[in-house]
Each structure stands twice: as structure tokens, then as C-alpha cells.
Design a protein around this ligand. Structure first.
Ligand SMILES: [Zn+2]
Length: 142
């Protein structure tokens, strides 16, 4: 049976002892470059057998962490498939690989403990507490 995305994320968090997507990428030798990307928030490309992530330098700190976590999800789950992250569209995409990358990002950036330690918080309150767009909670399972 295919491993769930939640258990894949848990595996890397435990192995590398971090939830920071940049640190996980470093450990996995996945390259990332921050620069000018116009309308794209980020993209993931498989170039000459190298996994490369590009991030838009104009993103806020939390948006950049989310886009990085999403692209890291592609690099790990969909190694050879390219992705272009478009602001306000990728959260709503019905494509399987986009939903899987969003799930990967939500599981990485929203630890179960945040939910368990704040009983009674709504999804949007939890997202705000963590600093992310509330759409992230649509992909988080506990
Ligand atoms: Zn994507």
C-alpha cells in the first residue's frame, strides 16, 4: 500500500529533526533559488536529473515557507513532474498532484500538536495562530 502523505512527512520530520522545508531540501540535496518570477509564486522543475525549486523573492516570510513546502512536496512525491505555483489558484486546484503538494505542505507546517494544544480553536484561528492562509487547514488531517 502506498504510504500516506502524512506518514511521509512524519518520516522526514523525524529523520532530519526539523519542519523547516529549506533545511529538509538541504539534507535531500534539492536545490532552491530565490529570485524574480513575475506572476508565479514558485515553481518546481526537474532539470537534468536535478530537483530544482524556484521561489519568488517578493513573497512574505510565511508565504515563502508555504510555497517552499508545497514545492518540496512535488520534489519528494512527484520527482519528475513540473509545477508552476500561481498565487490564489494553487489552493483551489483540483489536480491530484497539486492537492497532494498542498497536503504535504499542510502536514509539514501545521504540527498535530498545534491543534491538540488549542482545543476549541476554529480552523481559521489555527491558521492565523501558525501565520498561514486559512486555506492551509483544508489540507490538514488529524
Ligand atoms: Zn504545485
Amino acid at each position: 500500500m502506498k504510504k500516506s502523505i502524512k506518514s511521509t512527512v512524519a518520516y522526514f520530520v523525524k529523520k532530519f529533526d526539523t519542519r523547516n522545508p529549506f533545511e529538509i531540501a538541504d539534507r535531500l540535496k534539492i536545490e532552491y533559488i530565490i529570485g524574480s518570477l513575475g506572476n508565479y509564486s514558485g515553481c518546481y522543475l526537474y532539470l537534468k536529473k536535478h530537483r530544482c525549486i524556484f521561489l519568488n523573492s517578493e513573497l512574505s516570510e510565511h508565504d515563502m515557507l508555504f510555497v517552499m513546502a508545497h514545492e518540496l512536496g512535488h520534489a519528494i512525491l512527484h520527482r519528475t513532474e513540473n509545477c508552476y505555483f500561481i498565487r490564489n489558484k494553487t489552493f483551489l486546484s483540483t489536480e491530484r498532484i497539486e492537492q497532494e503538494a498542498n497536503t504535504f505542505a499542510a502536514e509539514l507546517l501545521i504540527p498535530d500538536s498545534l491543534i491538540l494544544e488549542n482545543p476549541g480553536y476554529t480552523k481559521s484561528q489555527l491558521a492565523r495562530l501558525a501565520g498561514y492562509n486559512e486555506m492551509i487547514m483544508n489540507f490538514k488531517k488529524i
